[in-house]
Design a protein around this ligand. Structure first.
Ligand code: CTP
Length: 401
């Protein structure tokens, strides 16, 4: 919706990631944007203007001193007749030119002449990205108001080297473009949402507890996104070290039972998103005083009792919210386990992720999810938790459109 009739000037500079720009053009256009491509000389060594022009359904601009183009459109008009300039990939060289105000080809001249928002998706070898010169240029550009998405870490296409330097995925770039062009449309205005986030702490005694590795990053980001789309959001958060999101009412709890009570106290609601990693078990009777070691005695046994299932309670509640979304943290059979949770807990969607330690998802900044709905599954590529949150919030909003 946001990209409908938006004009994106896409600058492609010379890197192997330029092949991803072809997909990026498609993704932008299928959301209703028009894409006018500009290619540097380097870019044309990786993808042809013919392919770029065909996907964009527009002329590809490559020359600064083209008499024909200057009379027709001109570099100043290219720089101004758009809603946003997107650079993908942005090479170390183009960033260096921008940081120093060079204007020796069409792309750099446009970037110097524009008064529109500029979003750059850097892509380069990890050593080039971490080089002090590039880092300095990056800082300068951030200070100049240039927006960045990525780079992300992973294996490089050409050398197999690992590290930060990969261009963000096309869908992540699209989400960043949408966030920048979002004029504050509030599709969830008037809707009430309850979100749970973080772990729960189940006391053993006054000083010890059972917990898990959840950081709250994904749940907090979803709460903030729903609020940004206009919803009135109550976030019920377990113990986390991240700040309360802006624009959201946050209730802090420790135990699963407190989390359930806080959620139920906030019904009725239109939307429930249960992201918390609720402890499945609590200690059946937590000690009132610190349990002491007794010389010669065996360690005390921990007798566990099952905690209430908050998602299931909400999914089957007489005041069930219109849309109920749960998460599924799995380490195996993600799709099957996720689907069975969808049915068992009465949810409309389950966002399933593989939280095996090697994925680094639990506690980390990135996520790779499978969205399981009544109509079918959708695999989303790995992306930042913030971008996952934006997409989940949009998915929720689409149900109230
Ligand atoms: N959930 C909940 N209350 C619980 C346990 C889980 O509300 N006591 C919610 C979570 O917030 C999440 C979903 O249920 O939205 C699935 O959580 P998960 O830990 O993956 O599943 P469990 O029900 O705990 O099942 P299992 O541990 O067997 O995988």
């Amino acid at each position: 919706m946001i990209l409908q009739r938006k004009r994106i000037l896409l600058i492609i500079s010379g890197g192997i990631a330029a092949y991803k720009s072809l997909d990026l053009i498609r993704r932008l256009r299928e959301r209703g944007a028009s894409v006018r491509p500009v290619m540097t000389a380097g870019a044309q060594a990786f993808v042809t203007p013919l392919a770029v022009g065909a996907l964009a359904a527009d002329k590809v601009f490559t020359e600064l001193f083209s008499r024909e183009d200057e009379q027709d459109v001109g570099h100043i008009r290219l720089a101004r007749d758009c809603d946003l300039i997107l650079i993908a990939p942005a090479t170390a060289d183009l960033m260096a030119k921008m940081a120093n105000g060079h204007a020796d080809d069409l792309a750099s001249t446009i970037l110097l002449a524009t008064d529109k928002p500029v979003l750059a998706a850097p892509a380069m070898n990890p050593k080039m990205w971490t080089h002090p010169a590039t880092q300095r240029n990056h800082q300068t550009l951030v200070g100049d108001g240039i927006h960045f998405i990525g780079p992300t870490s992973g294996e490089m296409a050409e050398s197999g080297e690992k590290g930060e330097g990969r261009m963000a995925e096309p869908l992540e770039i699209v989400a960043a473009v949408e966030a920048l062009l979002d004029t504050g449309d509030k599709p969830l205005a008037g809707k009430k949402a309850i979100v749970t986030s973080g772990p729960t702490h189940e006391p053993i005694d006054p000083v010890r507890y059972i917990a898990n590795r959840s950081s709250g990053k994904q749940g907090h980001a979803i709460a903030a996104e729903l609020a940004r789309l206009g919803a009135e959001v109550t976030l019920v958060s377990g113990p986390v070290t991240i700040p309360d999101p802006k624009g959201v009412t946050t209730i802090h709890v420790e135990r699963a039972e407190d989390m359930r009570d806080a959620v139920l106290a906030n019904l009725p609601a239109d939307i429930a998103v249960m992201v918390a990693a609720v402890a499945d078990w609590r200690v059946a009777s937590a000690a009132g005083n610190k349990i002491k070691k007794q010389p010669g005695e065996a360690p005390p046994p921990l007798i566990l009792a099952e905690n209430p299932d908050i998602l299931k309670t909400i999914g089957r509640h007489p005041q069930r919210p219109t849309l109920v979304v749960g998460f599924a943290a799995e380490t195996q059979n993600v799709a099957e386990n996720g689907r069975s949770k969808l049915e068992r807990k009465g949810a409309d969607y389950i966002i399933a992720n593989d939280v095996s330690p090697e994925t680094g998802i639990m506690g980390g900044d990135r996520n790779r999810v499978k969205v399981i709905g009544k109509a079918g599954d959708e695999d989303w590529p790995e992306m930042g938790k913030q971008v996952v949150a934006e997409r989940i919030a949009r998915l929720i909003a689409s149900h109230f459109a």
